[in-house]
Design a protein around this ligand. Structure first.
Ligand code: 0A1
Ligand code: ZN
Length: 881
């Protein structure tokens, strides 16, 4: 493992390379501890570069066995090879030459899961962002586009399946129990998209006929015996391929498209050209082991990786500062796909909840960075919610500003102009300017400036003048190393809602550009006058969350209740109700802290009942609306001096109050959903299960709650219901015999199913209260747990740190200490995973002073552990700064 050099990479220091690797012919002779890699690279000096410019190739922990140029072995004074770099100072005068490199690798010792490693005996690779340099020396940068031909040799018994990028060319026997396969990818690509898989895997196959009539052979490879669980992923793949043709005119370009599921993977999945490699949790699903959320995630991740074929692979990033170019855009595309496949309003609400829960705290804490950062020490630490989720919101805003048609014209131009190139955010914005004739210079600040902009708004109605006046002010709070912010272009979708719930169309509008229901806020302050308003409207602002901002709108309670019941925009109705709940929860927190009795308005409790029973709303929507803001959401709203125990108590009080006020109604509704027929993972059926399970959680606060949840658990015929009932039992009736029996039954049933056991770990890791630290410590010793498998570690430790506010933030600091210990231990094997886990401490400064001190001590203990990876040191130092 490389230790930290402290080097900071800067956007302005980007320089094109003097050399280009045009072709790479790679031969892999696979062996668990001594894999031989022979790379024959066709290298070309760029036209105006001098042959005295050395060729410097990236490496990471490599051992060079052989080196030759144009067939001649090099003497040792002709090059300088360290594990992390190969420098060739004496090069042929000819511009083009062939460089041969031989390295030897030990996949079984690769615990970082970057480069070539083995997962459950299967050889696989992960090269984004800088993993290819752990395989051979290379220009391991995304602007070097290269044609790869790959020959894989392995023992047939252990690795009957041999896969790489592109199309299969040849395969055959080598004698001695070994065999080979050759793959060729005609599309020049950066090294981060290289992939190889070899192992003994089961397979399902299918076919997709593209819009121009070409047949593509589809394959999904999984562990033997798990083939049936890949069917949903295959269906999602075919729907994704079709959708990209219909929605963006994008056709698939190779003869084959393969997906491989592995059980040890640092992230969700990887878009390697023609050979996507997936964390198996985003491939495997059936009703027995996967929840409805798992099915939805599989659909989204399959689509995401597939969509990268155009947004990422055919058009890639010039450098890693441009990561959002492919990620923000591809997330936007997968969001749209899911919205089209499911319910648009429900999908949007879920996206906004995720954005607020994950990106807002990042943007408001020590790890804040622009969507396109200008600096990094370790690029692995920039696969963040800001780059992905806020990056997607920025693309969504471009569409809002331009309108659907000009946006599509811009995307068409992007594909036409930049196919086969490695480009920048400036290139991306330019296509939309060219396609629409609009100036996006001010808008571009969304990419360059960190921080969540905030809008404050006030309204007044003047009946005599029939005028409605809206005052808007924008500001962006300072973030680390960016004190002064500039004003950006914020597209605010809005409606002026009349008494009957319908939008009123105003007469003249003055004070800001307003087009198609969108206010274009560009200045610090705007006073917007709507004339011809015969009645006082209620303002519905930032509809559909058209801009990722925080909004403080001074609005009377009556108006908010009105919007929650009447707004014609479903998202805004949810937003209004969610805002009312959040305010009630903040008030409950303050009452708890002040030792006062916690009280809620009967109107709010009744509205919860009305939403639950509103047949005009789809069940999935009702379920989301009734899922109260989480403890972390409430903490973010409060902002400082957080006492998680008081937040928890206030939230529990509201759950109880809603349940008490709506007992009979919830009971009847719950019963009405009881028999929902044979299982189907479709969105409508999932919505019914979601609503029924939310109702169960409320009903479980009542005297017969444990018995009800227990029978729900026993009667469950699918994982969604089983896991929901288990969570309700374990969280609401922690010490009850029903909870222990259900935990034992679940464990007995799924002991040998790791992805299902992850749910068992997660549910226990999120049990509220201080004793959960001990529960987590005990579970670390459970035979199904593993300190090296990323999914297990995230399920138990990641979930505990991110989703158990009262346990993790235990007042004596024991949660932090346990966490710091695991993070430091993980860093020795897998720096990327350790660094990601460590981000759970990013909001430590908003805690009350006692916990703040304890959290800081934990961070300092990690920093002082010695021999930290660049990944972990970068996160810990920025968090403490
Ligand atoms: N490009 C992938 C994300 C990814 C990034 C780094 C990885 O290294 C372990 C793996 C995957 C995506 O957006 O899906
Ligand atoms: Zn991606």
């Amino acid at each position: 493992m490389r230790t930290d050099t402290g080097h900071v990479f800067k956007l302005e220091e980007y320089r094109p390379s003097a050399y280009h690797i045009l072709e790479a012919d790679l031969t892999f002779r696979l062996d668990p501890n001594a894999t031989q890699v022979i790379a024959t690279l066709t290298v070309e000096r760029v036209p105006d570069a001098d042959s005295s410019v050395p060729l410097v190739l990236d490496g990471d922990g490599l051992a060079l066995k052989r080196i030759a140029i144009d067939g001649e072995e090099l003497s040792s004074n002709a090059y300088d090879a360290t594990p992390d770099q190969l420098t060739l100072a004496k090069l042929p005068a000819a511009r083009r030459f062939e460089l041969l490199l031989e390295t030897v690798l030990s996949p079984d010792d690769n615990t970082a899961l970057m480069g070539l490693y083995r997962s459950s005996g299967v050889y696989c690779t992960q090269c984004e962002a800088e993993g290819f340099r752990r395989i051979t020396y290379f220009l391991d940068r995304p602007d070097n586009l290269c044609v790869f031909t790959v020959r894989i040799e392995a023992a047939r018994e252990y690795a009957p399946v041999l896969l790489s990028n592109g199309n299969p060319v040849e395969s055959g026997d080598l004698g001695g129990g070994r065999h080979y396969a050759v793959w060729h990818d005609p599309f020049p690509k950066p090294s981060y998209l290289f992939a190889l898989v070899a192992g003994d895997l089961g397979k399902i196959t299918d076919e997709f006929v593209t819009m121009s009539g070409r047949s593509v052979a589809l394959g999904i490879y999984v562990e033997h015996g798990k083939e049936a669980r890949a069917a949903y992923a295959m269906d999602a793949l075919k729907r994704s391929m079709k959708w990209d043709e219909v929605t963006f005119g994008r056709e698939y370009d190779l003869d084959v498209f393969n997906i491989v599921a592995v059980s040890d993977f640092n992230m969700g999945a990887m878009e390697n050209k023609g050979l996507n490699i997936f964390n198996d949790k985003y491939v495997l699903a059936d009703q027995e082991t996967a929840t409805d959320a798992d099915f939805a995630n599989i659909e989204a991740v399959i689509a995401h990786e597939y969509f990268h074929n155009w947004t990422g692979n055919r058009i890639t990033c010039r450098d890693w500062f441009q990561l959002c170019l492919k990620e923000g855009l591809t997330v936007y595309r997968d969001h749209e796909f899911s919205a089209d496949q499911r319910s648009r309003a429900v999908k949007r609400i879920a996206e906004v909840r995720t954005l607020r829960a994950q990106q807002f705290p990042e943007d408001q804490g020590p790890l804040a960075h622009p969507v396109r950062p200008r600096r990094y020490r370790e690029i692995n630490n920039f696969y963040t919610a800001t780059v992905y989720e806020k990056g997607s919101e920025v693309v969504r805003m471009i569409r809002t500003i331009l309108g659907a048609e000009a946006f599509r014209a811009g995307m068409d131009l992007y594909f036409e102009r930049h196919d086969g190139q490695a480009v920048t955010i400036e290139d991306f914005l330019k296509v939309f300017e060219d396609a629409s004739g609009r100036d996006l210079a001010q808008f571009a600040l969304w990419y360059h400036q960190a921080g969540t902009p905030s809008i404050t708004a006030r309204t007044a109605y003047h009946p005599a003048a029939k005028e409605f006046v809206l005052d808007i002010e924008q500001s962006v709070p300072p973030t680390p190393s960016e004190n002064r912010k500039r004003l950006t272009h914020i597209p605010l979708a809005f409606g002026l809602v009349g008494k009957d719930g319908r939008d009123i169309v105003p007469g003249a509008i003055e004070g800001a550009a307003v087009e198609n229901g969108v206010i274009h806020v560009r200045k610090r302050r705007h006073t917007i006058r709507f004339s011809g308003m015969a009645e006082r409207p209620v303002l519905s602002l930032n509809r559909g969350f058209s801009a990722p901002i925080t909004l403080s709108l001074q609005q009377k309670a009556d108006d908010r209740f009105f919007l929650a019941a009447k707004d014609s925009d479903a998202f805004s109705r949810w937003q209004a109700f969610n805002g009312l709940l959040t305010d009630a929860l903040v008030a409950a927190f303050r009452q708890t802290l002040g030792g006062k009795k916690v009280q809620f308005s009967t109107r709010l409790l009744a509205l919860a009942g009305a939403i639950a029973a509103d047949e005009s709303l789809e069940p999935a929507y009702r379920a989301l609306a009734l899922s109260l803001p989480g403890e972390a959401d409430i903490a973010r709203e409060i902002g400082k001096a957080i006492d998680p125990d008081a937040i928890f108590a206030g939230r529990e009080a509201l759950v109880g109050a809603i349940a008490n006020a709506n007992k009979a109604l919830f009971g009847d509704l719950y019963a009405s959903f009881a028999d929902n027929g044979p299982f189907s993972p479709d969105a409508a059926s999932a919505g019914q299960r979601a609503l029924r399970n939310v109702l169960l959680d409320y009903l479980a606060t009542q005297p017969e709650g444990a018995a009800l949840a227990s029978s729900h658990f026993d009667a469950a015929t699918n994982m969604t219901d089983r896991a929901a009932a288990l969570a309700t039992l374990v969280h609401r009736h922690t010490a009850s015999p029903e909870a222990s029996e259900a935990l034992a039954a679940f464990e007995a049933r799924f002991r040998a199913a790791p992805l299902a056991m992850d749910k068992w770990f997660q549910i226990q890791a999120t049990t509220p209260g201080s004793q959960s630290v001990d529960t987590v410590r005990a579970l670390i010793a459970h035979p199904a747990f593993s300190m090296t498998n990323p999914n297990r570690l995230r399920a138990l430790i990641g979930t505990f740190a991110n989703a158990n506010q009262t346990g993790f933030n235990r007042a004596d600091g024991e949660g932090y200490r346990l966490f710091a210990d695991i993070v430091t231990r993980t860093d020795r094997n897998n720096p990327q995973l350790a660094a990601r886990l460590a981000t759970a401490l990013r909001s430590w400064r908003s805690l009350e002073p006692g916990r703040q001190m304890k959290a800081r001590e934990a961070l300092v203990s990690i920093a002082n552990a010695g021999n930290l990876s660049t990944d972990l040191r970068d996160i810990v130092e920025r968090t403490l700064a």
